[in-house]
Design a protein around this ligand. Structure first.
Ligand code: FAD
Ligand code: UQ1
Length: 438
């Protein structure tokens, strides 16, 4: 088998050994019953659940990164309330024991032959595939980035390389414009671009610099937040704290040497505005994983095309998707991944038994909108944009309890619950808490 596979590799390299060309199933160097692509929030949660369902020896995860990051805490890292070190753990420590970790990148997915090809040319075949490849950040789509990050006064909470630059810029602030952006693409955690504005405003007040600052939020969106119940609270906050919100303003260029940011007005094509900044927080344009996009698994835009209730692929029934890489029409968050992991687990166990998937994902997602160093508005909603709140109190209000949840409870829930396949979102607790209300 090993030598045959070697020859197949030669075949791929273009050497004429076509007489040895057998089916990819026979010649694949590795085969797994359940192959998981991506070892992020969704990939690790699903590998834990699949280990429980099928046994560790039947599960493999393809993930190149040595470190696994709890990205939601970067909002607080950018504001100096947590350290970047607290956000990361070795991937080896979150990989369920006994599950095979294939430490490389997937380069190509071939669902017609049930194989994937990795960066080093290895072919892996599978019986079932779970895609959890996340989304891609596109700093390079803004002229002047990413090289602009070499200059001071600019940061971005969206990447482990730039999140500490946000905190540096905030500490270095003397006087001028503090500018926060939201791109003209879908993003993960759509609240994060404004959370850092509220925290920065609070920091500038605490350090006595707020009077010398103009705080500006330039967003490509036509709204401050997509769900009215929470948007109403946020509008009250921006008004009372004198934060300037410019809708339909999209960052197109950063001249970091001159501390200038250039915005286009999406409602007036061709019209651009140059803003001088003393601090700039960039939320980069985002898009689908290039590996998904270039595969037959993609929808017309490039997202993984899955059934919105079962998370099974719409064309390939042995393929499933979770998280940011999918075209599920809900906000892309780890909270959504948690709820999806419970549904997907159930879907797969049904499909394995040749039964019809029954549990339905309702689009549950959540965004803890950090509005200061001790308050959070905990937005939770479904596919219809209807609030789906866990606690029997009005979550549109700023609350200290929810800040404590965000900063100190959620990380534990993530590392010990979600990643171990033990946290499938707050659905059961919501039902319990609301029982007493009926
Ligand atoms: P990820 O966790 O991003 O995982 C994708 C994985 O795929 C990565 O490990 C990557 O290395 C791997 N990968 C990519 N390409 C390849 C390849 N070619 N081959 C193999 N592996 C590959 N969510 C919340 O619920 N609440 C919050 O408060 C919150 N705040 C956030 C704040 C910030 C600043 C950020 C950045 C995110 C926030 N999120 C929040 C969003 C949350 O982190 C993501 O939605 C969640 O991590 C998505 O999980 P995922 O598995 O789909 O993708
Ligand atoms: C959640 O489940 C989750 O995943 C672990 C998050 O990611 C960090 C969240 O931010 C939130 C809010 C939830 C939802 C959980 C509760 C208890 C409301």
């Amino acid at each position: 088998m090993a030598s045959l596979c070697h020859l197949r590799w030669c075949h791929h390299a273009g050497i004429a050994v076509s007489h040895l060309h057998t089916s990819s199933r026979v010649c694949a160097q590795q085969h797994y019953k359940m192959l998981v692509l991506g070892g992020g929030s969704g990939g690790i949660a699903m590998s834990s659940r699949m280990k429980r369902l099928l046994g560790a020896e039947n599960v493999a995860v393809v993930e190149p990164s040595e470190m696994h990051y709890y990205q939601p805490i970067w909002t607080l890292v950018g504001a100096g309330a947590k350290t970047v070190a607290s956000s990361g753990r070795p991937t080896a420590s979150v990989m369920p024991s006994g599950v095979k970790w294939v430490k490389t990148k997937v380069q190509e997915i071939n669902p017609d032959t049930n194989t994937v090809r990795t960066e080093d040319g290895t072919e892996i075949s599978y019986e079932y595939l779970i895609v959890g490849l996340g989304l891609q950040l596109h700093y390079e789509k803004i002229k002047g980035l990413p090289e602009g990050f070499e200059h001071p006064k600019i940061g971005s909470n969206y990447s482990v390389e730039t999140v500490e630059k946000t905190w540096r810029a905030l500490q270095d602030f003397t006087e001028g414009n503090a500018v926060f952006t939201f791109p003209n693409t879908p993003v993960k955690c759509a609240g994060a671009p404004q959370k850092i504005m509220y925290l920065s405003d609070a920091f500038l007040r605490k350090t006595g610099k707020r009077e010398k600052a103009k705080v500006i939020y330039n967003t490509s969106l036509p709204v401050l937040f997509g769900i009215k119940k929470y948007a109403d609270t946020l509008w009250d906050i921006v008004k009372s704290r004198d934060l300037q919100v410019n809708l339909r303003h999209n960052l197109v260029e950063v001249r970091a040497d001159k501390r200038e940011a250039v915005f286009e007005n999406l409602d007036k094509p061709g019209e651009t505005k140059v803003l001088e900044y003393e601090m700039l927080h960039v939320t980069p344009p985002m898009g689908p994983s290039s590996v998904v996009k270039s595969s037959p698994l993609a929808d017309e835009v490039g997202w993984l095309d899955v059934n919105k209730e079962t998370l099974q692929h719409n064309k390939y029934p042995n393929v499933f998707g979770i998280g940011d890489c999918t075209n599920l029409p809900t906000a892309k968050t780890a909270a959504a991944v948690a709820a999806q992991s419970a549904v997907l687990s159930r879907t797969i166990s049904k499909v394995l038994r040749m039964e019809k998937p029954d549990k339905k994902y309702d689009g549950y997602t959540s965004c803890p909108l950090v509005t200061s160093y001790n308050t959070v508005v905990l937005a939770e909603f479904d596919y219809d944009g209807q609030p789906l709140e866990t606690f029997p109190i009005n979550q549109a209000k700023e609350r200290r309890l929810m800040y404590y949840m965000k900063a100190d409870v959620m990380p534990h829930l993530y590392w010990h619950g979600l990643l171990r396949g033990l946290w499938g979102g707050p659905g059961p607790y919501r039902k319990l808490f609301h029982l007493g209300m009926k």
